[in-house]
Design a protein around this ligand. Structure first.
Ligand code: ATR
Length: 271
């Protein structure tokens, strides 16, 4: 049997074994996918042990994405920009690193939610690891503008300096009051603690999609506010989770699974 796994800490709430199990079933792949709780001081040894035991690939989740990237010796461009890996492949004695978070989010927004980024004004809240992962795929989708807002503006500035793209801009939350957008993505970790990023309310007034990167949190303060402002489409990160999993699955197995039925199965109504 071909072995795969997701590794993180904590790991008990992971949906990845369910998702990859459904993918394997529908594409008729014989494989086994398990969840591993990585140890905080021995993550690298855990990965190498899994490979030693015959593992072919892993998904990486918090807090190990940076360490997985550092452990790898073959890196895609998007993994390099993110400086983080969310998937590894073990092949020919090497460890290849990929980061499918951005492409997963992009696919969910453009294909599942039917909101193409091309020529749209896109706002991303936050400038942490999650945002690093999505910048490159987002810019490749040719939005009219891509604005990053963050409390700590120097962090956003650093991202801008690394990417240097004519359509990429950064600003403070206060500066947002003067601007209009079509799509707003909350990529801060505020929702994990039930907080709302300090976004001027009117920014949400005329947008067509409010996307919350976190999932399984129901209607977060960000989505709640968007709903109150009459935003038609609200989404959380379940679709992104399934889409990035499909990318990893295709990278490992050479077949692309269907995502819609899996997303439907995992989606909890946002109310
Ligand atoms: P992740 O990997 O989830 O991106 P991270 O790298 O720790 O996590 O980044 C967390 C992001 O959420 C940062 O952009 C942080 O903003 P600051 O850099 O200004 O601290 C943002 N964040 C966390 N809590 C927030 C809150 N209550 N309001 C606004 N932004 C918040």
């Amino acid at each position: 049997t071909d072995f795969y796994a997701v590794i993180g800490n904590p790991i008990s709430h992971t949906k990845s074994p369910l998702i990859h199990g459904l993918f394997a079933e529908t594409t008729r792949q014989t494989m086994e996918y398990r969840a591993i709780e990585g140890s905080l001081d021995g993550f690298e040894a855990d990965v190498l042990r899994f490979r030693q035991e015959g593992g072919l690939g892993m998904n990486i989740t918090a807090p190990f994405k940076l360490r997985a990237f550092e452990l790898s010796d073959g890196r895609s461009e998007r993994a390099r920009l993110a400086r983080a890996a969310n998937a590894l492949k073990f092949e020919e004695g090497r460890i290849f690193a990929e980061n499918f978070d951005g492409i997963g989010l992009l696919r969910d927004i453009e294909e599942n939610l039917e909101e193409p980024l091309r020529n749209r004004r896109v706002l991303v809240l936050g400038a942490g690891g999650a945002v690093r992962g999505v910048l490159l795929p987002f810019l490749q989708a040719a939005p009219a503008t891509l604005v990053i807002a963050n409390r700590d503006i120097t962090k956003a500035q650093t991202l801008l300096n690394e990417v240097k793209h004519p359509r990429l801009h950064v600003c403070s939350y206060a500066d947002l009051a003067e601007q209009q957008f079509d799509i707003v993505v909350n990529a801060t970790s505020a929702s994990l603690t039930g907080q709302l990023p300090p976004i001027p309310e009117k920014v949400l007034q005329s947008i067509s999609l409010a996307y919350e990167l976190a999932y399984g949190k129901g209607l977060t303060p960000f989505l709640q506010l968007a709903k109150e402002k009459g935003v038609k489409r609200l989404a959380d990160g379940v679709g992104m989770l399934v889409e990035q999993a499909a990318e990893a699955f295709a990278w490992w197995r050479g077949v692309r699974p269907e995502t819609r039925p899996v997303i439907q199965r995992l989606t909890v109504a946002l109310e």
